[in-house]
Design a protein. Structure first.
Length: 95
């Protein structure tokens, strides 16, 4: 049931986004493609770290989180430079 609600929500939001700013669902998904790919790779990296480290559950969890954050930040600055700079600018302006 949640999947149907999510698809319906996506359709409604996409309709109005297309009407208001002429940004279709295809363009929206195209913009998210790079982010989704990097998120999947980050998951694989975090899982791989967990498989390598023979330690307690808490240490594995902290290592997985650290590896995921490290990969995502590195990938953001290497492949999504414009978005990363934009986010840093927003963070700096809030201070």
């Amino acid at each position: 049931m949640k999947i149907i609600a999510a698809i319906l929500n996506l359709a409604i939001n996409s309709y109005y986004t297309r009407k208001l700013i002429n940004f279709s669902i295809i363009k929206q998904l195209s913009c998210l493609r790079v982010i989704i790919v990097h998120s999947l790779i980050m998951g694989v990296v975090a899982y791989g770290v967990q498989a390598i480290i023979p330690a307690s559950s808490l240490i594995k969890l902290l290592c997985r989180i650290s590896a995921g954050i490290f990969y995502y930040l590195l990938a953001s600055f290497l492949f999504m430079k414009e978005e990363a700079v934009f986010i840093l600018t927003i963070i700096k302006n809030k201070k």
